[in-house]
Ligand binder design. Structure first.
Ligand code: DQA
Length: 144
Protein backbone atom coordinates (compact mmCIF):
# COMPACT_ATOMS: atom_id res chain seq x y z
CA UNK A 1 0.00 0.00 0.00
CA UNK A 2 1.24 3.48 -0.89
CA UNK A 3 2.23 5.94 1.80
CA UNK A 4 0.91 9.51 1.62
CA UNK A 5 2.05 12.39 3.82
CA UNK A 6 -0.74 14.93 4.40
CA UNK A 7 0.99 18.01 5.78
CA UNK A 8 -0.40 21.35 6.94
CA UNK A 9 1.57 24.46 7.79
CA UNK A 10 1.18 27.34 10.23
CA UNK A 11 -2.11 28.37 11.83
CA UNK A 12 -4.02 25.44 10.29
CA UNK A 13 -4.16 23.82 13.72
CA UNK A 14 -6.62 26.63 14.54
CA UNK A 15 -9.13 25.58 11.88
CA UNK A 16 -12.71 25.84 13.08
CA UNK A 17 -12.08 28.99 15.10
CA UNK A 18 -9.75 30.77 12.63
CA UNK A 19 -11.67 33.04 10.23
CA UNK A 20 -14.53 30.53 9.67
CA UNK A 21 -15.96 32.80 6.95
CA UNK A 22 -12.85 31.92 4.91
CA UNK A 23 -11.76 28.51 6.20
CA UNK A 24 -15.10 26.98 7.29
CA UNK A 25 -16.22 25.30 10.49
CA UNK A 26 -14.32 22.01 10.35
CA UNK A 27 -11.61 21.97 13.02
CA UNK A 28 -8.17 20.45 12.51
CA UNK A 29 -9.14 17.21 14.27
CA UNK A 30 -12.10 16.94 11.89
CA UNK A 31 -9.87 17.55 8.87
CA UNK A 32 -7.44 14.91 10.07
CA UNK A 33 -10.26 12.38 10.55
CA UNK A 34 -11.70 13.05 7.06
CA UNK A 35 -8.25 12.70 5.43
CA UNK A 36 -7.54 9.43 7.23
CA UNK A 37 -10.93 8.00 6.31
CA UNK A 38 -10.53 9.01 2.65
CA UNK A 39 -7.02 7.56 2.44
CA UNK A 40 -7.99 4.27 4.08
CA UNK A 41 -11.05 3.94 1.81
CA UNK A 42 -8.78 4.36 -1.23
CA UNK A 43 -6.15 1.93 0.04
CA UNK A 44 -3.50 4.49 0.98
CA UNK A 45 -1.53 4.70 4.23
CA UNK A 46 -1.88 8.27 5.59
CA UNK A 47 0.56 10.21 7.79
CA UNK A 48 -1.36 13.34 8.78
CA UNK A 49 0.61 16.13 10.49
CA UNK A 50 0.40 19.87 11.20
CA UNK A 51 3.10 22.25 12.36
CA UNK A 52 3.64 25.97 12.83
CA UNK A 53 7.38 25.47 12.25
CA UNK A 54 9.02 25.92 8.84
CA UNK A 55 11.96 23.76 9.90
CA UNK A 56 9.73 20.89 11.04
CA UNK A 57 7.74 21.01 7.79
CA UNK A 58 10.97 20.86 5.76
CA UNK A 59 12.20 17.88 7.81
CA UNK A 60 8.91 16.07 7.13
CA UNK A 61 9.40 16.65 3.38
CA UNK A 62 12.90 15.14 3.68
CA UNK A 63 11.31 12.17 5.47
CA UNK A 64 8.75 11.84 2.63
CA UNK A 65 11.63 11.63 0.13
CA UNK A 66 13.45 9.03 2.24
CA UNK A 67 10.30 6.92 2.62
CA UNK A 68 9.16 7.29 -1.03
CA UNK A 69 5.86 8.88 0.00
CA UNK A 70 3.58 11.08 -2.09
CA UNK A 71 2.65 14.37 -0.41
CA UNK A 72 -0.47 16.50 -0.01
CA UNK A 73 0.81 19.83 1.30
CA UNK A 74 -1.01 22.92 2.51
CA UNK A 75 1.98 25.23 3.02
CA UNK A 76 -0.32 27.98 4.45
CA UNK A 77 1.46 31.36 4.59
CA UNK A 78 4.83 29.72 3.72
CA UNK A 79 3.31 29.28 0.23
CA UNK A 80 3.94 32.90 -0.52
CA UNK A 81 7.56 33.39 0.51
CA UNK A 82 9.44 30.31 1.71
CA UNK A 83 12.14 29.42 -0.80
CA UNK A 84 13.46 26.87 1.70
CA UNK A 85 10.12 25.08 1.62
CA UNK A 86 10.05 25.28 -2.19
CA UNK A 87 13.50 23.66 -2.35
CA UNK A 88 12.30 20.83 -0.10
CA UNK A 89 9.19 20.38 -2.30
CA UNK A 90 11.45 20.22 -5.37
CA UNK A 91 13.36 17.36 -3.70
CA UNK A 92 10.07 15.46 -3.37
CA UNK A 93 9.01 15.82 -7.01
CA UNK A 94 12.56 15.30 -8.34
CA UNK A 95 12.72 12.05 -6.34
CA UNK A 96 9.79 10.77 -8.42
CA UNK A 97 7.12 11.22 -5.76
CA UNK A 98 4.10 13.43 -6.42
CA UNK A 99 3.36 16.56 -4.39
CA UNK A 100 -0.05 18.23 -4.58
CA UNK A 101 -0.26 21.77 -3.17
CA UNK A 102 -3.65 22.37 -1.58
CA UNK A 103 -5.45 25.39 -0.18
CA UNK A 104 -8.77 25.55 1.63
CA UNK A 105 -9.52 29.01 0.26
CA UNK A 106 -8.79 30.23 -3.25
CA UNK A 107 -5.81 32.53 -2.63
CA UNK A 108 -6.32 34.22 -6.02
CA UNK A 109 -9.57 35.79 -4.83
CA UNK A 110 -7.86 37.25 -1.76
CA UNK A 111 -5.15 39.81 -0.92
CA UNK A 112 -2.51 40.36 -3.60
CA UNK A 113 0.33 38.87 -1.54
CA UNK A 114 -1.54 35.54 -1.63
CA UNK A 115 -1.67 35.46 -5.44
CA UNK A 116 1.92 34.28 -5.67
CA UNK A 117 2.96 30.74 -4.70
CA UNK A 118 6.67 29.92 -4.63
CA UNK A 119 5.70 26.24 -4.28
CA UNK A 120 3.44 25.76 -7.35
CA UNK A 121 6.37 25.79 -9.79
CA UNK A 122 7.76 22.58 -8.28
CA UNK A 123 4.44 20.90 -7.37
CA UNK A 124 2.86 18.13 -9.43
CA UNK A 125 -0.45 19.99 -9.24
CA UNK A 126 -2.50 22.47 -7.25
CA UNK A 127 -6.02 22.26 -5.80
CA UNK A 128 -7.51 25.33 -4.14
CA UNK A 129 -10.82 26.81 -3.15
CA UNK A 130 -12.90 23.77 -2.22
CA UNK A 131 -12.74 24.11 1.55
CA UNK A 132 -11.35 21.07 3.37
CA UNK A 133 -12.50 19.03 0.36
CA UNK A 134 -9.37 20.36 -1.39
CA UNK A 135 -7.41 17.82 0.71
CA UNK A 136 -9.86 15.01 -0.14
CA UNK A 137 -9.68 15.77 -3.87
CA UNK A 138 -5.88 15.64 -3.69
CA UNK A 139 -5.93 12.29 -1.87
CA UNK A 140 -8.32 10.85 -4.51
CA UNK A 141 -6.05 12.03 -7.28
CA UNK A 142 -3.05 10.31 -5.67
CA UNK A 143 -5.04 7.07 -5.52
CA UNK A 144 -5.82 7.12 -9.28
C1 DQA B 1 -4.19 28.83 2.92
C2 DQA B 1 -4.08 30.16 2.17
C3 DQA B 1 -2.87 30.94 2.65
O1 DQA B 1 -2.81 32.19 1.96
C4 DQA B 1 -2.99 31.23 4.14
O2 DQA B 1 -1.82 31.89 4.60
C5 DQA B 1 -3.27 30.02 4.94
C6 DQA B 1 -4.19 29.02 4.43
C7 DQA B 1 -5.48 28.06 2.56
O3 DQA B 1 -5.54 26.87 2.89
O4 DQA B 1 -6.42 28.63 2.01
O5 DQA B 1 -2.83 29.90 6.08
O6 DQA B 1 -3.08 28.01 2.54
Amino acid sequence: MALVFILSGPNLGRLGSREPDIYGNTDYAGLEAKCKEQAHTLGLIPEVRQTDSESELIHWLHEAVDRGADVVLNPAAFTHYSYALRDACAMVTKSGSRLIEVHISNPHTREEFRHKSVVSGVATGVIAGFGVDSYLLAISQLAR
